[in-house]
Ligand binder design. Structure first.
Ligand SMILES: Cc1cc2nc3c(=O)[nH]c(=O)nc-3n(C[C@H](O)[C@H](O)[C@H](O)COP(=O)(O)OP(=O)(O)OC[C@H]3O[C@@H](n4cnc5c(N)ncnc54)[C@H](O)[C@@H]3O)c2cc1C
Length: 373
């Protein structure tokens, strides 16, 4: 990476060599390039040629993708990471003032200490830390380059990417690791009016909601914490959740605060209710108990209903998805899927239950994958 950091970073503990230096690179002439699906490369730009190959090519530079890169660097394997956004793009999109529920120690990857004055890091501390891990291991991260298609087989994968300028690129890899996370597609409410500009599936900060009627949908940490932050910054908050109470997994130190606000009516609540329609100045909610409906004044809807993984890169390669769990079929000892040479890392391995894999346990996938390669 071309970094603008101040001073010398110092050497990484291991020398890493990248594909071009270590392996005889081979160039595919334009006539050999497979026909490209979708948007053609920008006019006037030379068609993509394959110029680099890697032992491991990782799709996604979130914490778990970075952990794969660090594991590869430790053994001197060539590895490149590709991200459609920046390094740790998912965390960049988290609420600005959030703190992790995990301690810094539990979020460490690549044997790089995460030292902060408090036990639980903030989003900004985590962003700085993971960027430092990339620097420390001198990882080859190609930011703003989306992986669009992978074909081939173990020892000979061809990976098609497109950079932000619209140019198509092709790389070769012995093994590919899909670490695309589970934060990029929201679980939709599926109700009329959800496409309105007043509906948000990602919550960042409370200030735009001052003196507004805000409906927060959900009962987990994201819903509870955004409700409290909105309440403390001048929004009139109503919480709606289809269960009878907030989720049992809500951070223990947050529970008394939300419970007091609910008990005092400072945050209005409709438990055992669902949103049935979003209108310009109101929302309609329906009771799960007796099906009666209520219309509540509303300016904004903050739908904290979770997000889901997109396994389309995997399924296009023939990776099977368990229809019940949504998990890609894989061996947990090596994270290799039913397609030899195709591995998964991080939260994408969790299927529908994204809360079962997070950084704390997904960080271990890198060593399992590289150790098996
Ligand atoms: C508010 C909040 C708080 C959390 N707190 C904690 C906590 O305290 N402790 C904990 O352990 N976990 C926590 N988590 C969960 C944790 O952040 C995720 O489990 C973690 O980010 C998963 O890492 P990952 O590398 O698997 O995926 P991600 O971090 O989502 O990274 C996936 C990357 O893949 C990229 N990508 C996707 N598709 C493509 C493509 N086709 N081509 C190229 N790049 C692509 C994305 O841009 C993204 O950068 C929290 C999550 C949220 C939302």
């Amino acid at each position: 990476m071309n970094r603008g950091s101040e001073g010398s970073l110092g050497p990484a503990k291991w020398v890493i060599s990248h594909g071009v230096d270590e392996h005889p690179s081979y160039v595919v002439t334009p006539s050999d390039v497979p026909e490209w699906p979708g948007t053609p490369p920008t006019i006037g730009v030379t068609p993509a040629t394959m110029t680099e190959r890697f032992d491991f090519l990782v799709v996604g530079a979130g914490p778990c993708g970075i952990a794969v890169g660090a594991a590869a660097a430790r053994v001197g394997a060539s590895c490149a990471l590709f991200d459609k956004g920046c390094v740790t793009a998912s965390i960049v999109d988290y609420p600005y003032y959030m703190s992790f529920f995990s301690t810094a120690r539990m979020l460490e990857i690549g044997n790089v200490p995460f030292t902060i004055p408090n036990d639980k890091p903030t989003r900004r501390e985590a962003l700085a830390y993971y960027r430092y891990v990339v620097d420390h291991w001198d990882l080859d991260v190609r930011q703003y380059e989306r992986v669009e298609q992978i074909e081939g087989s173990v020892g000979g994968f061809t990976v098609h990417t497109r950079s932000m300028d619209g140019v198509a690129h092709i790389y070769a890899a012995d093994r590919v690791v899909v670490a695309t996370g589970g934060f990029h597609e929201p679980n939709l409410l599926g109700v009329p009016g959800e496409d309105s500009v007043k509906v948000r599936h990602y919550y960042k900060e409370p200030y735009e909601y001052y003196d507004q009627d805000v409906l927060v949908v959900g009962g987990r940490n994201s819903a509870v914490e955004s409700s409290l932050e909105l309440f403390r910054n001048g929004a009139r908050v109503t919480l709606v959740h289809f269960e009878p109470t907030i989720d049992s997994g809500v951070k223990s130190w947050v529970v008394p605060d939300i419970q007091n606000r609910l008990d005092k009516g400072e945050i209005a609540s409709y438990f055992r209710h669902r949103v049935v329609e979003i209108l310009p100045k109101s929302v309609r909610l329906r009771s799960e108990v007796d099906r009666t409906e209520v219309e509540v004044a509303n300016d904004f809807v903050v739908a904290m209903t979770g997000w889901r993984a997109n396994p389309s890169l995997l399924t296009a390669m023939g990776v099977e998805i368990d229809p019940d769990t949504g998990k890609p079929v894989h061996d947990p000892a090596t994270m290799e899927t039913n397609v030899p040479g195709v591995h998964i890392a991080g939260v994408i391995a969790a299927g529908h239950d994204a809360n079962k894999i997070f950084i704390e346990n997904g960080r271990e996938h890198g060593e399992l994958i590289v150790g098996s390669g």
